[in-house]
Design a protein around this ligand. Structure first.
Ligand code: SF4
Length: 111
C-alpha cells in the first residue's frame, strides 16, 4: 500500500488525543438527521442542534476526551498533528498537497 500511498501509515496509527486540542466541534461537526450536532462520530455527547437559532454558538475549541483517534476524518483535526499543512484544501478528502508526496512537508512521526 505504501508503494502507491506514501501516507498510508499515518492512517494505521492510533494518535494519542486525550486532552489534546482538536478542531472537531469547532471547524467540523457530525450531524444526525434530527439536527443533533456532535463534535465527531467518536464522542456521543451532543453539542447542540443544527436547527436551533443559536447553533453556531456550539462551535468552540475543545480538548479531546478520548484516549486516541484512528480515523482520518477525526484525527486530521488534532491541532498537534498539523495535517492542514499536509492536506490543505484536500483535508477531508485525504488528498495531500503535491509536496507531501515528495517529502517536502513535515509529516507526523509514526511509531
Ligand atoms: S481527536 Fe478524534 S475523537 Fe477526539 S475530538 Fe478529535 S475527532 Fe473526536
Amino acid at each position: 500500500m505504501e508503494a502507491i500511498d506514501p501516507l498510508f501509515r499515518i492512517n494505521l496509527t492510533r494518535w494519542p488525543s486525550k486532552g489534546q486540542p482538536c478542531g472537531a466541534g469547532e471547524r467540523a461537526i457530525t450531524v444526525d438527521g434530527d439536527g443533533t450536532m456532535r463534535r465527531c462520530h467518536f464522542i456521543a455527547e451532543p453539542i447542540g442542534n443544527l436547527y436551533a437559532a443559536e447553533w453556531r454558538s456550539a462551535l468552540v475549541p475543545r480538548a479531546c476526551t478520548n484516549v486516541d483517534c484512528h480515523c482520518h476524518i477525526g484525527y486530521v483535526h488534532l491541532d498537534y498533528l498539523e495535517l492542514g499543512k499536509v492536506f490543505a484544501s484536500g483535508l477531508l478528502e485525504r488528498i495531500p498537497v503535491p509536496e507531501a508526496r515528495m517529502g517536502g512537508v513535515r509529516l507526523p512521526v509514526v511509531s
